[in-house]
Design a protein around this ligand. Structure first.
Ligand SMILES: [Zn+2]
Length: 290
């Protein structure tokens, strides 16, 4: 909803950046125009802290000469890259760089080993091999061409396999200031594992579907992906049903979470369970023409 506000400010700054303005002129424009726009919006909408920070950052970049008003020139200010800790004020890009740095340190065992690796001639290949996703995640790509799975469920399953869901914990990592609370139970922090498995709401759905299809109790994403890849290949009717059910549950839980946030609508677990069974029966019914 607030994207037009950011676009409006960004456009203003973009046009001003092409003019030769003094610092006093820039400050005057920021105070009179940008803060005027912000106050106008703020009178009708409660501006989130994150939006106010982004506007502040755009103004700061404009004032100090960064043309597009969106990029930030981050200087480590003498800090060592290997020990640098980003704050909420740093960009999503920097948070990701630091995430990969931490992964590299975890795999190599320490700063000294990581520095040695970076000095190697084929360091790009070595790092790529160390950090690339391994295990059952790759086989999830096959789900996109599986006739027993709804295409949109396959896409959601692929996102789950890569932990690319914009769950609140992932948004926090990207620097957005949000209250991390699960939308389904409204008690605990929202992570992918909690949202899809540990939450009492999700667990109730899984219990029902697991007993319906005679599948083991699944408690987290990694276990589910392993089970999905190792035990559910093949074209038998039972395995098709299981594949379809697993991704349907993930898709419907994600939809329910979004409906609660954006539409303030709620569905009971029995409705989700009924919907999963309906979708599975429709998708995996025997083809009469065969
Ligand atoms: Zn929950």
């Amino acid at each position: 909803m607030l994207i037009p506000l950011l676009d409006k400010i960004r456009n203003k700054i973009y046009h001003w950046a092409n003019s030769l303005l003094s610092y006093a002129g820039k400050i005057s424009l920021i105070n009179s125009v940008i803060f005027g726009i912000q106050n106008f919006w703020g009178a009708s909408v409660l501006l989130p802290k994150g939006i106010a920070k982004r506007i502040h950052r755009m103004c700061k970049n404009f004032l100090w000469g960064i043309a597009d008003g969106t990029r930030s020139a981050y200087i480590l200010k003498g800090a060592d890259f290997w020990t640098f800790k980003p704050t909420a004020a740093h960009s999503w890009f920097w948070h990701n760089i630091i995430l990969y740095r931490d992964e590299l340190l975890k795999h190599t065992g320490g700063i000294a080993a990581a520095k040695t690796l970076m000095g190697a001639k084929d360091y790009k290949d070595q790092i790529s091999e160390l950090l690339r996703p391994k295990g059952p995640k790759i086989s999830m790509f096959r789900t996109l061409g599986d006739s027993s799975i709804y295409p949109k469920h396959g896409v959601i399953g692929l996102l789950a396999a890569q932990n690319k869901f914009p769950t609140v914990d992932n948004l926090c990592i990207r620097g957005l200031v949000l209250v991390n609370r699960c939308s389904l139970c409204e008690c605990q922090a929202e992570t992918a594992d909690h949202l899809f498995f540990e939450c009492p709401y999700s667990a109730e759905v899984w219990d029902s579907i697991a007993s319906w299809l005679k599948i083991p109790c699944l408690t987290n994403l990694a276990q589910t992906l392993t089970w999905f890849s190792n035990h559910n290949r093949g074209r038998s009717w039972v395995k098709k049903q299981r594949r379809c059910a697993l991704l349907s549950v993930i898709y419907l839980l994600w939809s329910e979470r979004n409906k609660r946030i954006f539409k303030e609508a709620r569905a009971a677990t029995v409705n989700i369970i009924r919907r999963v069974k309906y979708l599975v029966c429709i998708r995996t019914r025997p083809n009469i023409e065969e």
